[in-house]
Design a binder for this molecule. Structure first.
Ligand code: HEC
Length: 105
């Protein structure tokens, strides 16, 4: 059986460039975001660039993505899967994911 959420640890060129130029602490934060965001890419496409019916999620301003994820988590926004998926993340994790995804060009 295929895993439900195949994880791909894929870093975009832009993210890699950022990783190489920031402090070690910031690096750890960014790579945490990168690892967690990789779980999104199974459905939303590599780097959040969707090729199908599911919306792309890269380059969205972090504030907006954070608000959307919290709305899904609190069942304030209609969803088929995102409401359940969003419940698996803390506020802090959502911030890391949003910061990572917002920087993908
Ligand atoms: C199992 C597949 C799946 C996974 C994994 C997944 N999503 Fe989604 N996502 C969807 C679907 C489907 C929608 C459309 C809303 C719905 O039906 O739930 C969506 C909608 C969204 C939207 C709204 C986009 C818009 O323009 O309306 C955002 C933001 C989002 N997802 C972020 C994420 C993030 C961040 C992750 C990883 C932490 C993630 N998703 C993981 C399937 C998924």
């Amino acid at each position: 059986m295929k895993p439900l959420f195949p994880t791909r640890y894929h870093l975009s060129g832009a993210a890699l460039a950022v990783l190489l130029t920031v402090s070690p602490l910031a690096q750890a934060e960014i790579s945490r975001g990168a690892v967690m965001a990789s779980t999104c890419f199974a459905c939303h496409g590599t780097d959040g660039k969707s090729t199908g019916a599911i919306p792309s999620i890269y380059g969205i301003p972090a504030d907006s993505l954070i608000a959307t994820m919290k709305a899904f988590r609190e069942d304030l926004r209609a969803a088929t899967v995102m409401n359940r998926h969003a419940k698996g993340y803390t506020d802090e994790e959502i911030v890391h994911i949003a910061n990572y995804l917002s920087n993908i060009k």
